[in-house]
Design a protein around this ligand. Structure first.
Ligand SMILES: C[S@@+](CC[C@H](N)C(=O)[O-])C[C@H]1O[C@@H](n2cnc3c(N)ncnc32)[C@H](O)[C@@H]1O
Length: 248
């Protein structure tokens, strides 16, 4: 089990770039810089949602926040009062702390596994959130784990709270193998600035760690936990990336 470490915005921990700038993170930055996963379109939709839906002060939990660079941009001019980010990577959290410094709200950064941390939050009964975001992180879990965590997320939301899931999805009736082939073919064709070595890093990561579900599967989970409504705010041209909202 991972040690859990809470980093607050008042701590001054030294950043250790050598630990952080491994191959995978550098490739991910290149993917973001070239907008290969559609972060620009997705996060402008997220910003529209946050500005429109939350006219009053709100609290956000970000599961798998990474460096929170796009989340921080989406939160500009919003009414957020508290942001809590959790990630496995301490170096990513250190950068997230810098990125979130431009947003006027309380911040807490927690190093840990969200599939363990979320159930613990329920037990402490001391936290609730108006928005819970998970962006490109939930697809690493098994279906059973996804189901379980969404059940917990429902209990962590305030009465008008929303769970926003940004992730990759299989098409209906598409199995994982077919999805992987389709997604990797698209990467090979369109992520043209990746070197062949970078492509192999991406391919290896996706082939071993990505377990996307269909939108219907998440709709059924939303019904199981009696979310009041469920909507898809965005779907990319490849029908792979979506933004789903689960309203409590
Ligand atoms: C692809 S990055 C996404 C980062 C950011 N949310 C975004 O959309 O750009 C996935 C992030 O989720 C984190 N992550 C994956 N599984 C996790 C888990 N079980 N608990 C905490 N963090 C996790 C990784 O460390 C990584 O920073």
């Amino acid at each position: 089990m991972l040690d859990k470490k809470i980093l607050t915005n008042t701590e001054n921990q030294s950043f250790q770039p050598q630990e952080f700038f491994n191959d995978q993170w550098k490739v991910y930055q290149k993917i973001l810089d070239n907008n290969y996963m559609g972060h620009h379109e997705i996060y402008s939709i997220l910003q529209e949602l946050l500005l429109g839906y939350f006219q009053q002060p709100f609290r956000m939990l970000d599961l798998g926040c990474g460096d929170a660079s796009f989340t921080a941009q989406a939160l500009l001019n919003s009414t957020i009062t508290l942001y809590q980010g959790i990630d496995l990577s301490i170096p990513a959290l250190e950068i997230a702390k810098d990125n979130m410094a431009k947003i006027q709200c309380d911040t807490t950064f927690i190093q840990g596994d969200f599939s363990q941390f979320v159930p613990e939050l329920i037990l402490t009964q001391s936290n609730s959130f108006d928005a819970i975001l998970s962006s490109f992180a939930l697809h690493h879990l098994s279906l059973e784990q996804k189901d379980l965590i969404i059940g917990h997320i429902k209990n962590l939301l305030t009465s008008s709270g929303v769970f926003i899931l940004i992730d990759v999805f299989r098409q209906e009736a598409e199995d994982r193998e077919t999805y992987l082939r389709r997604y990797l073919e698209d990467i090979q064709k369109n992520w043209s600035l990746l070197t062949s070595q970078e492509y192999l890093i991406v391919k290896n990561h996706i082939s071993t760690s990505d377990f996307p579900e269909t939108q219907q599967c998440f709709y059924e989970i939303s019904q199981k936990y009696s979310f009041s409504s469920f909507e898809c705010l965005y779907e990319d041209v490849l029908n792979a990336t979506q933004v789903l909202c689960f309203y409590r």
